[in-house]
Design a protein around this ligand. Structure first.
Ligand SMILES: Nc1nc2c(ncn2[C@@H]2O[C@H](COP(=O)(O)OP(=O)(O)OP(=O)(O)O)[C@@H](O)[C@H]2O)c(=O)[nH]1
Ligand SMILES: [Mg+2]
Length: 317
C-alpha cells in the first residue's frame, strides 16, 4: 500500500508505538467490538463505527466525514467485508490528514531562508507549552542551530523559572525580565538579542491564562507587532499547543485561539497517557491546521515530528 511504503526508523517507530499504546489499545478494543460477529459493513457496523470514532474524540464533524466516505465506498463496491474495514479506515484517515499538508516531515527542520526563524508558542496553561519549547530547543540545538528562548510568559514567576530550567538543561540562552513585566517587551528584547547573536531559531513562550477573546487577541497582536519592529515578517510560526488528553476541551481551545490569532501549526501533547489520540485527527481536519509535533512523554526526547503515516499506522496496529 502506497501510504505505508515509507521506511521508518525502527527505534523512533517503537517509541511512537509505545507512546500511543493506550490510544491504540482502546481504539482497537472498540473497533473490534464494533464489528464483532459481522462479516459485512452494514448500517449497524457504520452506526457502531460512528460511536467508536466519536468516543475516541475524533469529533463529530470529522467522524461524519469519515462515515460518509465509507458509505460511498460501500455503495460503490456493494460488498465490503469487515476484515477490510481497518485498511479502509486507515486510508480515509490518512487521506483527511493529507488534505492539510504533505505530512511527510521526519526531522526537526526550519526553513533555510528565514533567519532568525521566530516561533511564537501559544496555548492555555498546563498544556505543555514550556515543556514543548524545551524539547524543541533540544532538537534544534542537536541539529546544529543557534537557539534563543524568550520568557514572554511573565504572568507567573514560576513560568519564567520553568523556562530557565529548560534553557539550562539544553544549554541555550534565554532572555527574560521580572514577573509582571510586559510580554511584548520581553519578546522585543529576545528578538534583538537573537539577531545580534546570530540566532537561527527564536522561540517565544507566552502566558497561558484563559483570557477572554478580546484580551487574548490584543495581547498576542501586541507581541507580534513589537516583534515585527525587529524582524518584519515575524512570527514565522504561531504554534498552538493542545493537551491531547483533554479531548473535546482541546477542540474548544483550538477554537478560542484560532479566533484570536492566526495559528499556523499545532503541537498535541500528552498523547502518551491517553485513550484520546483521535483528537489529533479531528483537530487537524476541523481547523485545517497541520499538526507539526506530538508530545509522548515528559522527557527531553519525548517530542516527535508528526508524521501522519506513522501516526495512522501506530493508531491502527
Ligand atoms: N505525559 C506527558 N506530560 C507532558 C507532556 N508535555 C508536557 N507534559 C507535562 O505537563 C505539565 C505542564 O507542562 P508545562 O510545559 O509546564 O505547561 P505550560 O503550558 O507551559 O503551562 P503554564 O506555564 O502553566 O502555562 C508538566 O508536568 C509537563 O511535564 C507530554 O507530552 N506527556
Ligand atoms: Mg509554561
Amino acid at each position: 500500500m502506497s501510504f505505508f511504503k515509507k521506511i521508518f526508523s525502527k527505534e523512533k517507530k517503537e517509541t511512537l508505538d509505545k507512546g500511543l499504546e493506550k490510544s491504540k489499545t482502546s481504539f482497537f478494543d472498540k473497533l473490534s467490538k464494533a464489528v464483532a460477529g459481522k462479516n459485512k459493513v452494514d448500517d449497524d457496523v457504520l452506526d457502531n463505527l460512528e460511536e467508536v470514532l466519536v468516543s475516541s474524540d475524533v469529533g463529530v464533524n470529522t467522524t461524519l466525514k469519515i462515515i460518509d466516505r465509507i458509505e460511498e465506498r460501500v455503495a460503490r463496491d456493494k460488498y465490503l467485508g469487515t476484515d477490510e474495514l481497518n485498511r479502509i479506515l486507515r486510508e480515509e484517515i490518512a487521506g483527511l490528514l493529507s488534505e492539510i499538508d504533505a505530512g511527510n516531515a521526519t526531522e526537526f527542520e526550519i526553513p533555510a531562508n528565514k533567519k532568525p526563524y521566530v516561533i511564537m508558542v501559544v496555548g492555555v496553561n498546563g498544556v505543555g507549552k514550556t515543556t514543548t519549547i524545551g524539547k524543541l530547543a533540544y532538537q534544534f540545538k542537536k541539529a546544529g542551530k543557534n537557539v534563543v528562548l524568550g520568557a514572554a510568559d511573565t504572568f507567573r514567576a514560576a513560568a519564567i523559572d520553568q523556562l530557565q530550567i529548560w534553557a539550562d538543561r539544553t544549554n541555550v540562552p534565554i532572555v527574560k525580565q521580572s514577573m509582571g513585566s510586559d510580554p511584548a517587551s520581553v519578546a522585543f528584547d529576545t528578538l534583538k538579542s537573537g539577531v545580534s547573536n546570530n540566532a537561527d531559531v527564536i522561540i517565544i513562550d507566552t502566558a497561558g491564562r484563559l483570557h477572554n477573546k478580546i484580551n487574548l487577541m490584543n495581547e498576542l497582536t501586541k507581541i507580534k507587532k513589537v516583534m515585527q519592529k525587529v524582524v518584519p515578517d515575524a512570527p514565522h510560526e504561531v504554534l498552538l499547543v493542545l493537551d491531547g488528553s483533554t479531548g473535546q476541551n482541546a477542540f474548544e481551545q483550538a477554537k478560542h485561539f484560532t479566533a484570536a490569532t492566526e495559528v499556523t501549526s499545532l503541537a498535541v501533547t500528552k498523547l502518551d497517557g491517553t485513550a484520546k489520540g483521535g483528537v489529533v485527527i479531528g483537530i487537524s481536519d476541523q481547523f485545517q491546521i497541520p499538526v507539526k509535533y506530538i508530545g509522548v512523554g515528559e522527557g527531553i526526547e519525548d517530542l516527535q515530528v508528526f508524521n501522519k503515516f506513522e501516526f495512522v499506522d501506530s493508531f491502527f496496529k
